[in-house]
Design a protein around this ligand. Structure first.
Ligand code: GRF
Length: 241
């Protein structure tokens, strides 16, 4: 990333200050969840330990019983659920959900275990500002039961991807991935646990890029800073190779 300058070309950051430190405001995150919320928890813990310059401004769900909502409330974050049954259509539900999301003025919407399809009418105006974490090495194994799909296909490697959300299910441009081996004797439980353990650092590392304003969705794909190759690959030290 280059140092940003104000009008007239003056450096925005005083000489000697860490790059961006004086100019950057924490990234405002709205997080969409449907269940357990371990990815949400990873985000909150990264923020709490100073590893992610962000603030979770709201947590939103399609399921009032999602344990993730409780995690959010325990962290003092406003959390709300809307029931799809109260709406006549997917578009109507999403209009209401995203009206609530927009009220928190997020820089980025993060689908972290959000299991509901989002209507194209809600995605289009937010293109480039919604991401999702999916438990497979996209484009392989879209949709549900990805670990089962991976085992059935007999692949040697599996993992997780963070991608921009587009109207195509799990089909938007991939930003970053974490890879794990599929081991002899694996079942869905062991494989999903191995993947989940890498999802958390993958999501945090990707959000760090967004917090540094380093990720852009362009017409021809994803741009990371000064043109790093995508998808980025998470190393075992939880940084991108
Ligand atoms: C994760 O595997 C995520 O990739 C998938 O659903 C799971 C949610 O886990 N979409 P959690 O709710 O974050 O614990």
């Amino acid at each position: 990333m280059g140092t940003r300058t104000r009008e007239g070309g003056r450096p925005a950051v005083p000489a000697g200050a860490p790059a961006d430190a004086a100019t950057r405001t924490p990234l405002r995150l709205a997080v969409l969840v449907s269940g357990r919320g371990s990815n949400l928890q990873a985000i909150l813990e990264a923020i709490a330990r100073g590893a992610l310059e962000a603030v979770v401004v709201g947590v939103f769900s399609d399921r009032a019983s999602a344990p993730a909502l409780q995690r959010a409330r325990e962290a003092g974050i406003p959390a709300q659920a809307l029931s799809p049954r109260d709406f006549v259509s997917r578009a109507a539900f999403d209009a209401a959900l995203f009206a609530a999301v927009d009220a928190t003025q997020p820089d980025l919407v993060v689908c972290a275990g959000y299991m509901r399809l989002i209507d194209a009418s809600a995605i289009a105006p937010r293109t480039g500002r919604i991401i999702n974490i999916h438990p497979s090495l996209l484009p392989a194994f879209k949709g549900l039961h990805t670990h089962r799909q991976a085992l059935a296909a007999g692949v040697a490697e599996h993992g997780a991807s963070v991608h921009f959300v587009t109207p195509e299910l799990d089909g938007g441009p991939v930003i970053a991935q974490a890879r794990v081996p599929v081991l002899p004797g694996d079942d869905e439980e062991t494989l999903s646990a191995r993947v989940l353990a890498r999802e958390h650092p993958l999501l945090v590392a990707t959000l760090r890029l967004f917090a540094g304003r380093a990720v852009t969705l362009r017409e021809d794909g994803v741009q990371i800073g000064d043109e790093r190759a995508v998808p980025l690959q998470l190393s075992c030290n939880n940084a991108f190779a």
